[in-house]
Design a protein around this ligand. Structure first.
Ligand code: ATP
Length: 354
């Protein structure tokens, strides 16, 4: 079991606040992503869970026990670094067995554990090779082997695939996820790559500027972004933002853009002033009839789909449509939107209206 609860955790380095009051729960067995741009506080959050940094305030619980101020050695959490610090002069077997040998485990038991880990990772045939000459992927596996051989309660991984090239990275990502599914150990994984987070994670925390913007399953984050930052950070191309101003009563389910009414999910709260109509590129529809028109500024063919850049009365948007119907620069199609997928935001706070 390894449930990790982060409650109101804050981290200051001198005058600088790296993480502001953050709260979220990582459930037992989850593959949990910490996602956000460079400098947002992901690594600091991960290091606090592992005990490599201590929070300035707030609490961290592991299986209900407070561990906020405990040293790393008393947390039973393994940390997998991006730069795997392997011992280059030792062979694979010795690198993997090192944590067990230094714990004083009997040799026969060490051999057995290393054999099991090597089988899980598919590296039985390289156990006697020095790590110096191994490929990036095999080094990655050895580093993982060294982390999992201790059977910790949870794994912390800081951009573990960051140093690998794109194609190989994808392959290792699949392997890591499959390994997790076999072992079922709680894993917290830092990345700035939204696609990697969406593909691998059971849940995602999106951070920006030391603040947790949202946390939830990938689909919820994609479909119901809590802020304009999240809507913009997730998805490629990201969500379109069309500016409008108006007054919406509680319960409203239509908004007007340039005099045309469009369906939106019914709002619980009211709002007025500068608002934003957020729509994903794949939820923009083009047709011949309709009064809300845009002008096609650019087209980009991607085989089965195309990305269109369209100027509307409320700003420029990108549409992803099927490529079977040719669209030309200068065309002025009527535009509509898949109503239930639209998000509305307050322009000033960037907060989603619910
Ligand atoms: P990256 O992907 O670039 O590592 P990150 O989201 O992981 O980004 P952190 O490494 O957590 O970000 O850093 C958050 C902020 O805290 C950064 O501005 C960083 O410079 C600062 N910071 C981190 N560690 C320290 C430290 N020991 N002393 C002072 N400032 C620090």
């Amino acid at each position: 079991m390894a449930e990790i609860v982060i409650r109101n955790v804050r981290k200051e380095f001198g005058d600088f606040v790296a993480v502001r009051e953050s709260s979220f729960t990582i459930e037992d067995g989850e593959f949990f992503m910490l996602l956000g741009p460079s400098g947002c506080g992901k690594t600091t959050t991960l290091r606090m869970i592992a005990g490599l940094e201590l929070p300035t305030s707030g609490e961290i619980y592991l299986d209900g026990e407070e561990i906020s101020q405990r040293p790393p050695s008393q947390r039973d959490i393994a940390f997998v670094f991006q730069m795997f610090a392997l011992y280059p002069h030792l062979n694979v077997r010795k690198n993997i067995s090192y944590p067990l040998v230094s714990q004083g485990m009997p040799r026969a038991q060490v051999r057995e554990k290393v054999a099991e880990v090597a089988r899980i990772l598919g590296i039985e045939d390289i156990l006697n090779r020095p790590v110096g000459g191994l490929s990036g992927g095999d080094r990655q596996r050895v580093a993982l082997g060294r982390a999992i051989v201790r059977e910790p309660k949870a794994f912390m991984m800081d951009e573990p695939l960051g140093a690998l090239d794109a194609e190989f990275r994808e392959h290792m990502a699949e392997e890591l996820r499959a390994l997790h599914d076999r072992m079922g150990a709680t894993t917290v994984y830092v990345t700035h790559d939204q696609l990697e987070a969406m593909q691998m994670g059971d849940k995602i925390v999106v951070m920006n500027n030391a603040v947790v913007e949202q946390f939830g399953p990938p689909q919820e984050i994609y479909d119901k972004p809590a802020t304009m930052f999240v809507a913009d950070f997730i998805g490629s191309p990201p969500m379109n933002f069309l500016d409008f101003s108006g007054k919406l009563a509680p319960g409203a389910s239509r908004v007007k853009l340039n005099g045309q009414a469009f369906d939106v999910p019914a709002l619980r709260e009211g709002a007025q002033g500068d608002l934003v109509f957020g729509v994903r590129p794949e939820h923009v529809r083009l047709s011949d009839d309709g009064a809300y028109r845009g002008k096609v500024l650019a087209t980009e063919y991607l085989g089965t789909t195309q990305i269109l850049t369209i100027e509307t009365p409320n700003g420029v948007l990108k549409a992803r449509t099927g490529a079977e119907k040719p669209v030309r620069v200068g065309d002025t199609p009527a535009l509509s939107f898949v109503g239930e997928t639209v998000s509305l935001f307050e322009r000033n706070s960037g907060r989603a209206l619910r």
